[in-house]
Design a protein around this ligand. Structure first.
Ligand code: EPU
Length: 418
């Protein structure tokens, strides 16, 4: 059954909404549970398709998993397998996060190569090179990467591209390596800091997380912990940008403003009023906002995961702007869909040039990936009149009850099952 959203747009989003725990932090934390025998408990976990997919991957490996009321219980005692099959990995690239922990705990791993993706090519060469440096033999066979080692040894690993996933996998393997591992040009994303913090709580010796140089002293014996995942900065950003695009006034609780500093700065530059506290942020945009350029970059730069929502905001801003994607140069599937709502957009390589229009008009449109879908939710809520948003299964991968949360802010949006 294919659900869709029916949206009556043009109503300012106003009020308070609570963000969930971070999807992109939860997924590696789940994989990290494989590193300690016994029961790991992760709190604040969102109920999402991607979390369920990762749970299936861990179950295939033999772990026992329950998710109830945001509390994920992972018992890895029986997790004796080392193979993650194509059927699951192709559904979610983040399944690759089991590679590091399997190598660390079992000395071997067989994980399907993730294959193609709507964002363009997304290779895993950096994950593989890092494991080789740590002493793994790697073979590629029939669509699988097979990693084997007798004993991991610490190494100096310098990434030439900043990668969240490769940094995470390297951290999870290096905790079992003998001696010191140094990761240079490590990802500084809050989700990586969260992973390193959980590993340290489990007994690892990691320092420098949140900076480009991370050091790991190994090996350490890891034990299971109870750990709360950080709030989802992308979900929070989606509500804040949605509030701004609809000329509303939105406060997000369970939000870390320090994780959204550049997004809040850009909203301020566009003319919105920003207020923040330790665990919340508010954006008010009573008047039409001004055009502001952005360029996506690794943290603390503007997140690529909020590029589509920002493009939607600029589509109704006063003036012309350009939005440049440097992480995934082909991540522009929302552009032709926004044009269906009446946006004036032109592609120029990895830049979209936007001429703001007074208003968008409702239409039938679709989601092509999680974040492009978030851009379209904001687009349809901003557009005057009725829209039908199709293929919302993409949104269900990454946002829990998005339509209910938007409706709680006054948006007229409902889920319809065919
Ligand atoms: N890259 C390589 N080789 C590698 C790995 C990455 O060339 O071995 C390149 C990628 O092609 C890309 C860049 O490095 O151009 C950054 O990719 P990264 O590895 O950082 O991305 P990821 O770990 O696969 C995570 C998020 C993405 C988010 C990116 C960038 C998770 C589960 N996914 O992906 O989130 O866009 O970081 O911040 O954490 C989403 O949530 O919708 C999503 C796509």
């Amino acid at each position: 059954m294919m659900d869709r959203f029916v949206v009556e747009g043009g109503i300012p989003l106003t009020g308070r909404v609570t963000a969930n725990g971070s999807k992109n932090a939860t997924l590696p934390l789940m994989a990290a549970a494989l590193l300690a025998e016994g029961t790991t408990i992760i709190e604040g976990v969102p109920d999402l398709q991607d979390v369920r997919t990762m749970a299936m991957v861990l179950r295939m490996l033999g772990a026992d998993i329950k998710l109830a009321d945001g509390v994920l219980t992972i018992d890895s005692t029986q997790a004796k397998s080392w193979e993650a099959p194509y059927e699951l990995v192709r559904k979610m690239r983040a399944s690759i996060y089991v590679l590091g922990p399997l190598v660390a705990r079992r000395g071997r791993a067989k994980v399907s190569l993730p294959g193609g993706c709507a964002l363009g090519p997304r290779p895993i060469d950096l994950h593989i090179k890092a494991l080789e440096k740590l002493g793994c033999r790697i073979t590629l066979d029939a669509g699988y990467v097979i990693a084997e080692c007798e004993r991991l040894k610490g190494a100096r690993i310098a990434f030439d591209v900043g990668s969240v996933g490769a940094t995470g996998n390297t951290l999870m393997a290096a905790v079992a390596a003998h001696g010191k591992t140094v990761i240079e040009n490590a990802a500084c994303e809050p989700e990586i800091v969260d992973l390193a913090d959980m590993l340290n709580a489990m007994g690892a010796k990691i320092s420098g997380q949140g900076t480009p140089v991370i050091e790991i002293e190994g090996p350490t014996e890891l034990s299971p912990v109870r750990y709360r995942v950080i709030p989802d900065r992308v979900e929070a950003g989606t509500f804040l940008i949605g509030g701004a695009a609809t000329n509303g006034d939105v406060t997000v609780d369970n939000c870390r403003p320090d994780h959204l500093a550049i997004v809040l700065d850009k909203l301020h530059d566009a003319g919105a009023t920003i207020e923040t506290g330790k665990n919340w942020a508010r954006v008010a945009a009573p008047k039409r906002l001004k055009a502001v350029d952005v360029k996506t970059a690794v943290y603390p730069g503007f997140p690529t995961d909020l590029q589509a929502p920002w493009t939607t905001l600029m589509a109704v801003a006063d003036g012309s702007s350009s939005i440049t994607e440097t992480i995934y140069p082909e991540r522009f599937n929302h552009v032709p869909e926004l044009a269906r709502l009446g946006a004036d957009l032109k592609m120029d390589l990895n830049t979209v040039r936007v001429k703001g229009v007074e208003r968008l008009k409702g239409a039938a449109v679709m989601c092509s990936d999680i974040r492009a879908g978030a851009g379209m939710v904001i687009g349809t809520l901003t557009a005057q009149g009725r829209s039908d948003l199709l293929r919302i299964y993409h949104l269900d991968r990454g946002y829990e009850k998005l339509e209910q949360k938007m409706a709680g802010l006054g948006g007229r949006i409902e889920r319809v099952s065919e």
